[in-house]
Structures are given as structure tokens and as C-alpha cells.
Write a new protein. Sequence first.
Length: 236
Amino acid sequence: MIHDPYIVPPLPASWPYEPGRPLRPLGCRVNLDLPGFGSGWRVCTPGGQLIAGEAVPLEGAFGRGGILRVGDLVLRPYRRGGLLRHLNERTYRTHLRFAAEHAVHRGLWEAGFPTVEPLGYAWRPNGLGVEGVLFTRLAEGEAWPRRWDLSRERATDIRQAITSLCDWGLWSPDLNATNILLPPQGGALILDWDRARFMLNGTDLWPRYRQRLERSLRKLGAPTEAMAVTGSAPLP
């Protein structure tokens, strides 16, 4: 059997979240203006919804820059990290990377996983490839590194979310502290599913996630108690 890492598999029996209603299928429109990003975009949104309004920088956002807000929408341009960004910051071979992220993100949202609502993506030719922008619904809250204080309930919520990803076999290489959002009413939302993919059955993902998140926490200078989410420190 051929394994496709972007086809959403059935939920595991241990899934702790209540699945929601399916999102509307995407409709694509061509040669559109995108607020803050100029013209010539192929825009794929639920039902082909247009995006219009004033674009302003998203306050408090981590990332590689250029994240904008239009009303209750967040527009995140795709930017490369690492050393490659010095040679090619925003051009990708095809739009399939953007479509793959949306497919995984959509599967998570419809499964009731604690994340922001995915609302599509856009792409346009750039050089020898394409550049892209991801759309999500704005969610209130602060990125975890903006407020390291962590209650027992909040730490448990983050750990449960990561454990659920492991049980479902979803590996997200960009899971780090800056992609964990703390809403004011409690809980935690996990952001950014670029390059996330479903692994073969039986893959033990917890050591990978633990290593990835702890490296992020150390790099950001997190207090020791933040390690409670990986089990490397006592719960608050």
C-alpha cells in the first residue's frame, strides 16, 4: 500500500476532542489583488470568498516578518528559514506545499483539535517558481513566549495536544514555543502546520516532539518550569 503523508487518516480511538462540522470546500479565483501583497494572486478560500479590507501588521506575532491582519483574518506569507533564506527567501517550486499545509490544517480543525481556523491560501508566479500566503482566522491570545507563566491546567492542555498528535501519527517539524498561543479564557492553540505530514503506523513521535520543543524553550530562555509540558519538570 502506498503511504500518502497528506491524506488525513481516521482518528485514533483515544482522540480526546469532539470533531466539528466540515469546512466549506475551497473555491479558487485568479488574478486577484490581495491586501498588503499586491496583484496577480490565485486565491483559494471557502466558497471563493474574496478578501478585502485594510491590511495592518499583526501585533505580537512571531515569525519571519510580513504577517498581516485584515479584519478577523490573518495573512501569513511563506518565508524560508535557515541558511537557505539568504539565497531564496520566498520562492517555491509549486503551490503544492501551500495546498498540503491547508489540507493537514483543515483535517485538524474538523477533528476538533485546538488550533486556529484554516481559511485557505493564495499563490502567484515569482521568478522560476511561486510565492504563497496562508489565511487563518484571527484568534485572541498571546504567544507562549510573551507570558511564560504556566498553570497546571495550561501545561496539561499543551501536553495533551502534543500527545494527541503522536497518537494520530502527525509530525509537525515547526512545533515550537512561538507556535503555541494562549487564549485569555484558558487552554492552548497550536499554530503553523507547514511541512506537517502523517507518518507510517507505529512511528514513535513523542521523542521527536520532546526534543524539538525543549530545544525551542532553551533557545528562547524559558524558565525551568516551562519544561513541564514535556515531562522534564514538575507540573506547576
